[in-house]
Design a protein around this ligand. Structure first.
Ligand SMILES: [Zn+2]
Length: 67
């Protein structure tokens, strides 16, 4: 996975450093029907993962309000 992303975080676009905490993220959250397949996984910094998770859940809330 690191090779696919060229050693960069998909959220902030910065390179992973040896001291960074790296987490595996579901590009499409499993709560939104995302799969556990390789295609739907990416590596993010731990803090970037937190940001994305917050954005993902905000999106769900926004959609609910629009309906
Ligand atoms: Zn990052």
């Amino acid at each position: 996975m690191l090779k696919k992303q060229k050693g960069k975080c998909n959220q902030c676009g910065h390179y992973f450093m040896p001291e960074d905490l790296i987490e595996v993220d579901h590009i499409i959250p499993r709560s939104q029907g995302g799969s556990d397949k390789y295609d739907n996984l990416q590596l993010l910094h731990r803090h970037c993962h937190d940001v994305k998770t917050a954005q993902d859940s905000n999106g769900i809330n926004n959609n609910d309000r629009e309906r």
